[in-house]
Design a protein around this ligand. Structure first.
Ligand SMILES: [Zn+2]
Ligand SMILES: [Zn+2]
Length: 320
C-alpha cells in the first residue's frame, strides 16, 4: 500500500500553485530514492506522487512555484549517496488538487532503461544493529536497509519492487512491515527488508546435502569447519564462495587441486581495512577505500609478515 501523508495542510490558494512532472533517469532504483523524494516533498509541503518505472523514477509535485523550485534544487543536492542521475526532465502542468504525497505502485510498462545497482556492503548503521545483543537483528546476517544490501543479485526484473526480487517469497513480519511503511524509518520502502523472524536463514549442509545446523549454529559450525581445515562453500548473493583458512597450507593446497588452480591467485578476505593495511603496503589502499561500501576487490603490494603469508603464494608480490 502506498503511504499517504494525511497530515499535510490543505492546498492553499496561492496563484502560483501548479504542478511539475519530473522524469529522472539513471541509477535511481534500489538506493532509497522514492523514500527520499517522499520525505523531501512532505517536508516542503508539496502534494503529488512518485513511482518507479522501467525507465527510472517519475515524480509529480504540486504546490507553490518557489517550493517546487526548492524541491528541484534539493533533489540534486541531497539525493541518496548511491544514486546516479543521468538526466532529469521537468514538465510544468496545471494543478489537479492532489490531497497529499504518495508512493504509487510501480509502472512496469515500456522499454527497460533504468540502471540496476550492484550489491552494496552492509552500512555502519546495520553493522551496529547486527553487533548489538539488544537489537532484534543481533547476529542476523541478512540485515539491510535502503542504504545497503543486495540489489543486483536479487533483482529479477525492473522496476525495482520486492515482488520482482527473490525476496518475494519472504512475507515481512509485523515489525518489518512497520519499518517499511514508516517514512521516518531508514527501512521505509527497503525492498529486501528482513529479520530473523521473517527473512532468509542460514543453514549448514554436509557434502551429502544433509542439514547439520541452522541459524547462528550454522555460522558457528562453518567457522569450526574452516578452523579444522575443511573447505566451506558459502552460498552468497551472487553465487558460491569457496573458503579455506589462508594460514592452513594443506587446506589451501586441497582447494587448489580440486579447482585445478595451481598458479592462479586466490583472493584473501579481510574483516576490515585496518587488517588489510597490516598485511599490505599502504598506497593502493587509498583507491580501495573509495570502493569500501561495495567491498570491492583490489590489489595491494604485500608487506612482510608471518610465514604463511610469505609462503601462501610464492612469486606473487601483490595481495588481492
Ligand atoms: Zn544498512
Ligand atoms: Zn521481520
Amino acid at each position: 500500500m502506498p503511504w499517504r501523508d494525511t497530515g499535510r495542510p490543505q492546498r492553499g490558494t496561492n496563484r502560483l500553485t501548479g504542478r511539475t512532472r519530473l522524469f529522472v533517469r539513471g541509477a535511481v532504483q534500489g538506493v532509497g530514492f522514492r523514500p527520499f523524494v517522499f520525505r523531501l516533498a512532505t517536508e516542503l509541503g508539496l502534494a503529488g506522487w512518485v513511482n518507479n518505472s522501467a525507465q527510472g523514477v517519475t515524480i509529480e509535485i504540486e504546490g507553490p512555484a518557489d517550493r517546487r523550485e526548492a524541491f528541484l534544487l534539493r533533489l540534486e543536492r541531497e539525493r541518496p549517496p548511491h544514486s546516479l542521475v543521468q538526466s532529469l526532465e521537468a514538465v510544468h502542468l496545471d494543478g489537479v488538487g492532489y490531497a497529499g504525497f504518495t508512493i504509487r505502485a510501480s509502472d512496469p510498462g515500456g522499454e527497460v532503461q533504468a540502471l540496476v545497482l550492484p550489491d552494496i556492503a552492509t552500512c555502519e548503521d546495520c553493522r551496529r544493529e547486527v553487533l548489538d545483543p539488544a537489537n532484534r537483528r543481533y547476529r542476523y546476517p541478512f540485515t539491510n536497509c535502503t542504504a545497503c544490501g543486495p540489489r543486483f543479485s536479487l533483482i529479477e526484473s525492473l522496476p525495482y519492487d520486492r515482488a520482482r526480487t527473490s525476496m518475494r517469497g519472504f512475507r515481512m513480519c509485523a515489525a518489518c512491515q512497520a519499518e517499511y511503511d514508516d517514512p521516518r524509518d531508514r527501512r521505509f520502502h527497503a525492498q529486501p527488508n528482513a529479520c530473523p523472524v521473517c527473512g532468509p536463514q542460514l543453514a549448514l549442509w554436509d557434502s551429502a546435502g544433509a542439514v547439520l545446523a541452522q541459524g547462528d549454529e550454522a555460522l558457528q559450525g562453518a567457522v569450526a569447519a574452516l578452523r579444522t581445515g575443511s573447505i566451506v562453500a558459502v552460498k552468497g548473493l551472487g553465487g558460491f564462495h569457496l573458503l579455506v583458512r589462508a594460514a592452513d597450507d594443506a587446506a589451501v593446497q586441497r582447494l587448489r587441486t580440486r579447482k585445478h588452480r595451481e598458479e592462479k591467485p586466490l583472493a584473501l578476505m579481510a574483516p576490515s581495512f585496518a587488517a588489510v593495511a597490516a598485511w599490505c603496503c599502504g598506497c593502493p589502499l587509498r583507491a580501495g577505500a573509495a570502493g569500501a561500501e561495495r567491498q570491492s576487490c583490489y590489489c595491494a603490494r604485500r608487506a612482510r609478515g608471518p610465514t604463511w603469508r610469505r609462503r601462501w603464494r610464492r612469486g606473487i608480490r601483490r595481495w588481492g
